[in-house]
Design a protein around this ligand. Structure first.
Ligand code: ZN
Length: 149
């Protein structure tokens, strides 16, 4: 059986909530996903990439929709060499200046230094109202990343 992790990642990769806000959000999510294997706050020393694992289907240019899978690996290697401090890129297809965090990831993926992680949530989605409540708690909009391993 595969494992599924739902991660809620602040839209600004450098954003970290306070300890109190993080703990309150963990309690909130524990209530939203009573059948999960656990909820935790994950604080990273730097920016990391939270990927969708086996759910990843495609990565595309946000401006023209061109497939960027082949180009993306090298772009990630360069950004990773710099510790993901600079995520800015120019897409090869239409020369759009954007960020690795703003490419069209199907399923969604996100860069961040903080995430709320729900292990095996036991539900296929998070309701908009629930996500809104977490965003209010953290003081930041979040991206929902569903990773299958
Ligand atoms: Zn393009």
């Amino acid at each position: 059986m595969s494992d599924t992790y739902l991660r809620l990642v602040p839209s600004d990769p450098d954003y970290r909530p306070t300890q109190d806000a993080a703990e309150a959000a963990v309690r909130l999510l524990t209530g939203f996903f009573p059948r999960s294997n656990g909820v935790r706050a994950e604080a990273e020393p730097g920016v990391v990439f939270f990927d969708a694992g086996g759910n990843t289907e495609s990565i595309a240019c946000p401006a023209c929709g061109a497939d960027l899978m082949d180009w993306w690996g090298d772009a990630m290697d360069s950004a990773h060499a710099g510790g993901f401090r600079d995520l800015s890129v120019t897409t090869p297809c239409c020369k759009t200046r954007t960020s690795l965090n703003d490419l069209v990831y199907v399923w969604p993926a996100a860069f961040g230094s903080f995430a709320l992680e729900v292990a095996n949530p036991g539900a296929p989605s998070i309701a908009d109202a629930q996500r809104g409540a977490v965003e209010e708690m953290l003081g930041s909009p979040v991206k929902a990343v569903w990773q299958r391993l």
